[in-house]
Design a protein around this ligand. Structure first.
Ligand code: PHE
Length: 338
């Protein structure tokens, strides 16, 4: 009988090793320590013993009970450790199905930037970067912008009290790169820009541009047109054509604005292109000799082109978004569509 008691302790030890949740634990407790459990079955055997045997068996029974209770305590604290030391209602129920973590998606602006950078990389451009807080020199002066140019007005540009500003365009990156890198230069620079515009369906005080700059010997307007056409085809497909219109920028000469044929109507005319058949994408031109001189490049030797386009504008065309503000409201019903 004493052997049976020893076996009971071993059985309890083995059983408790397999316990992995509160429910298993409770069942084990009923089986070993419950009213009809193994221990009470054993103590029932007391009746059949002689008066001499009883106290000996009684002691052995008590020792067994204590050993088994000790094993249960151990098992209980092991279980509490598994559930992060929490008890009761706070404990982790390992039998519950797991919680799903929803996977996010890229913001449409990020998508257009990533795609555009990938396209220009394939054409041999590298990525350059510049700060969002710029000097007046980099954002305006070095870009040949006259002192009385309206874009400098505090009504249009955010200035800091120390005289610096929030860049109004990515073009200051041109200056930084040309001053620090020897030509040939072939870079694109995506980034945030800021203007004091009143927000509406097509204007935001905070928007993104991607700047392009190519400086080498004998660069021509034809190179610019070729790169822009290749970009249009990669982004919107082979049916898109582009159009350059004469324009003015202080830092390019000649300057153009370039349009893509409307991707909605294919150039027929529709509400998106306001019946013109064309979508205005950005500004570009041949780097003005005054800018080259400012950064210490000899205009007789070096020439180049630059372009700058609005990312939001392209995202809105690409994904048929009617209001620029949707891009910044972080409404999941909108963002989850991408
Ligand atoms: N920086 C100009 C703008 O914001 C665009 C531009 C870039 C034009 C490069 C010419 C060359 O409108």
């Amino acid at each position: 009988m004493t052997e049976q008691l020893g076996q009971l302790v071993e059985d309890a030890r083995e059983r408790l090793l397999q316990v992995s949740c509160d429910r298993d634990m409770e069942q084990a407790r009923i089986d070993f320590l419950g009213r009809k459990g193994m221990l009470s079955v054993m103590s029932g055997k007391m009746k059949g013993l002689s008066p001499e045997e009883r106290p000996v068996f009684g002691k052995a029974l008590n020792r067994t009970k204590m050993a088994v209770e000790g094993l249960f305590e151990e098992a209980a604290s092991r279980l509490a450790g598994v559930s992060g030391g929490l008890v009761g209602a706070e404990a982790v129920d390992l039998t519950l199905p797991g919680r799903k973590f929803p996977v996010g998606s890229k913001h449409p602006v990020t998508r257009i930037i990533d795609e555009s950078v990938a396209i220009f990389r394939r054409m041999g451009f590298t990525v350059a970067d510049g700060p969002e807080i710029e000097t007046v020199y980099n954002n305006f002066d070095a870009l040949n912008t006259p002192a009385d140019h309206p874009s400098r007005d505090p009504m249009d540009t955010f200035y800091f009290s120390d005289g610096r500003l929030l860049r109004t365009q990515t073009s200051p990156v041109q200056i930084r790169v040309m001053k620090s890198v020897e030509p040939p230069i072939r870079i694109v620079a995506p980034g945030r820009c800021f203007r004091r515009d009143t927000p509406d369906a097509t204007h935001s005080m905070n928007f993104h541009q991607i700047e392009g700059l190519y400086i080498d010997r004998g660069v021509s307007m034809a190179d610019l047109k070729g790169v822009l056409l290749a970009y249009a085809h990669e982004l919107f497909g082979p049916d898109v054509s582009i159009r350059l219109r004469p324009h003015f920028f202080p830092f390019t000469e000649p300057s153009v604005e370039y349009d893509f044929s409307c991707i909605m109507c294919g150039g027929e005319g529709c509400p998106v292109c306001k019946n013109s058949g064309w979508l205005e994408i950005a500004g570009a031109g041949m780097v003005d000799p005054a800018v080259l001189e400012e950064v210490g490049l000899e205009p007789e030797i070096w020439s180049g082109y630059a372009f700058g386009m609005g990312i939001e504008r392209i995202a809105m065309i690409r994904y048929r978004i009617s209001d620029i503000r949707l891009l910044y409201e972080n409404d999941l019903r909108f963002l989850e569509q991408f």
